[in-house]
Design a protein around this ligand. Structure first.
Ligand code: PHE
Length: 345
């Protein structure tokens, strides 16, 4: 083939090349060991002097030309590839970074921490007790004998086929935190000042203000000459600190087998301001705690002399306190795991 035609053909092919690999093939086709130009150059020796000079010159010029063109095209392709890459990998450093989600405490934990802080400032210690209890601690030692109708105050989850170490004592999920009082008094001598926050369980139907498990904060203060006045003062101070404002509380006579006299502490419903709503069951007041002066029989059961020592005990409803503090109208929200709810704290 004439060099002229070959040049034309090569030029057309080269124009269509857009990739480095294609360019490599092209180079091979013309300048490789078996390439078209290489072959021509190799066959020059068979030609006459005159022709060899002429064709040799033309071919070498073509070779140089083609090498130049290939180099040019290579540069073009490289440049374009770099540009494309830069476009793809472009980073907008002005975009604000994604927020890292931080964990935070559950509203019940927040309330519990605050309660602990306040009582610690009053000189109380914070202690824990087991969630699985036996009849003795949950009932008997608290002056609630077997078959006594007062047991019906606590609808109990009994645990099947488990025998406690104490003979004929059945296991249960504690229905209140009061057993911790007994456990503590067994091991410590008065004067005593403790609170014990923890989860409790009741076999009940659920609604906006009832759950089958919830939290109580038990309180116990035993000393010489403790009266209801001491109790009222501590409670009043506590509620003022907890709600950070003046709140109205009242003591309502009540009954618990382990306290005498017994009270219920009510607080004005801050959601409806006493008008009545779903949280306070339309009463205007919310029951926040059961309480009273520790019954002599309870002290006797743990070998504390009731003639020398007396005191008060209370069981605060932690969920209710949190509901009032954070204006939550359904106790079930605490246990729903609903992130729309939890993220608000
Ligand atoms: N344990 C009682 C209850 O759960 C509350 C309470 C605690 C009452 C301490 C008196 C003293 O209902």
């Amino acid at each position: 083939m004439e060099i002229k035609n070959l040049k034309k053909q090569a030029q057309e092919e080269l124009n269509l090349i857009g990739k480095i690999e294609e360019l490599k093939k092209f180079e091979e086709k013309y300048l490789g060991k078996e390439g078209k130009i290489t072959k021509i150059l190799r066959s020059l020796k068979n030609l006459s002097d005159k022709e060899r000079k002429k064709i040799g010159k033309e071919t070498n010029e073509f070779k140089d030309y083609l090498l130049g063109e290939i180099e040019k095209r290579r540069e073009e392709i490289r440049k374009r590839e770099i540009e494309e890459k830069e476009k793809e990998e472009w980073i907008d450093i002005t975009i604000p970074p994604k927020k890292i989600e931080k964990g935070h405490l559950h509203p019940l934990s927040l309330a519990q921490e605050r309660i602990e802080e306040i009582f610690v400032s009053f000189g109380f210690s914070v202690i824990e007790g087991p969630e699985i209890e036996n009849e003795w601690y949950n009932f008997d030692a608290l002056n609630i004998p077997k078959d006594h109708p007062a047991r019906d105050l606590w609808d109990t989850f009994w645990i099947k086929s488990q025998k406690s170490k104490v003979k004929s004592q059945k296991w249960l999920l504690r229905t209140h935190t009061s057993p911790v009082q007994v456990r503590y008094m067994e091991k410590h001598n008065p004067p005593l000042r403790i609170i014990s926050p923890g989860r409790i369980f009741r076999y009940e139907a659920t609604d906006a203000s009832h759950e089958i498990n919830f939290y109580q904060v038990e309180g116990l203060m035993i000393d010489r000459d403790i009266t209801v006045a001491n109790f009222y003062f501590i409670m009043d101070e506590f509620f003022k600190s907890f709600f950070r404002k003046e709140t109205k509380i009242r003591l309502r006579p009540s009954f618990f087998p382990f306290t005498e006299p017994s009270f219920e502490i009510d607080i004005v419903c801050s959601l409806c301001k006493g008008k009545g709503c779903s949280v306070c069951s339309k009463r205007g007041w919310i029951e926040l705690a059961g309480a009273g002066m520790v019954h002599p029989n309870v002290l006797k059961a743990v070998k504390i002399d009731p003639k020398k020592w007396q005191g008060f005990a209370f069981g605060l409803g932690l969920d209710r306190l949190a509901m009032i503090k954070y204006k939550i109208n359904d106790i079930r929200l605490f246990y729903s795991g609903d992130l729309r709810f939890l993220r608000q704290f």
